[in-house]
Write a protein that binds this ligand. Sequence first.
Ligand code: TXA
Ligand code: MG
Length: 316
Amino acid sequence: MASQLAMGGDVSAAAKLLLRGELVGIPTETVYGLAANVFDVDAVLRIFEVKARPAFDPLIVHIHDRAQLSALVSQVLPEAEALMRCFWPGPLTLVLPKSAAVPDVVTSGLDTVAIRMPNHPLTLALLQVIDTPLAAPSANPFGYVSPTTAAHVADQLGEKIPYVLDGGPCTVGVESTIIGWEDGLPVLYRPGGLPIEEIEAVIGSVRPHVQKVLPVAPGMIESHYAPRKPLIVGDVGSLLVKHRDKSIGVISFTNNLGAVRCETLSPSGDLKEAARNLFGAIRFLDASDVELIVAEVFPDRELGRAINDRLRRASA
Ligand code: TXA
Ligand code: MG
């Protein structure tokens, strides 16, 4: 393992490292990923080690060209085809029946594989140069907030990986929306950067996944995306009163509560801007001297659904 992390925009350096079996931090429009060559089992196993991620939590595979699908999946359903046409490259992950070529460590033994085409010029260029798909979960220690800048990756994984490809701050800021099919019907595994309303406009209604005994899809693990400080979601006014003995940091959609430490995610009320700023605000307050983070409930539509999902899990 490397002890000195480098950070920069050098696609060919990143490619060389990946082809030698090393891990590299990669930018995407959603969050930064921790990437390995999907067909290199040892490298994929190191992703789990570096993140301290449980082996039952499957990874997402990143491609730059739909021609790469044939090596990864055994079937592309017509609805999946339609979604790819509309939304790739973009913040949408599709769970499809896997081909035998995808190592079981990638999918945690499931017979499906999660795939997406990220919309970031550096990572698309990287995928083209190496010409192999990349398995990449978010580049954070398991359970912590996902990174939305190269510096976030360096802060948390800097001693464990040799390189972060720096593509600037993520433009979407929450992870991809994950859609799969059960009994032939579309299912939402994780609300994310592509609003479900836009997906339903293409394939009709999508039902939320109902968890069985074990998390099938662990973005579904309840406590996730969590800061180290306690975080409570609810009515900010009454929470401030209830916890008035503590120093509190607030996450608000549009309000700026002058008297209190407050991260206002979008003064103009733009849910996309709010999503872009969410994880940075959580990290900032987590690193500050507040004792408690209080967040308001966001409008339950479009990216507000992904924001509420992440806040709820951060508070679990
Ligand atoms: O935006 C994103 O999706 C980012 C960037 C880096 O692409 N990646 C990301 O990966 O969020 P990660 O590992 O943090 O979340 C992957 C989640 C798993 O926790 C699981 O919920 C779901 O994807 N997943 C992966 N394979 C699956 C499968 N075969 N069936 C159901 N869910 C799956
Ligand atoms: Mg993650």
